[in-house]
Design a protein around this ligand. Structure first.
Ligand code: ZN
Length: 61
């Protein structure tokens, strides 16, 4: 098996790993059910509830 000629420096290792990490999902509290839900997304469960009740006008979120 091929083996690297030189060990990678701490700096090179750090630069490579600078792209490796995931960012946490932003959460907010749903105004209808008070659960934690991702921002900028319609909460599907509450959307169904909202449409079933036939409440007119804009969604509360
Ligand atoms: Zn909800």
């Amino acid at each position: 098996m091929a083996v690297p000629k030189r060990r990678k420096s701490k700096s090179a290792k750090g630069k490579r790993r600078s792209h490796d990490f995931l960012t946490p999902i932003n959460l907010t509290v749903c105004p209808m059910c008070k659960q934690s839900v991702p921002t900028h997304k319609v909460h599907e469960e509450c959307l169904a509830e909202h449409l079933k009740n036939g409440a007119p006008g804009r969604m509360p979120f």
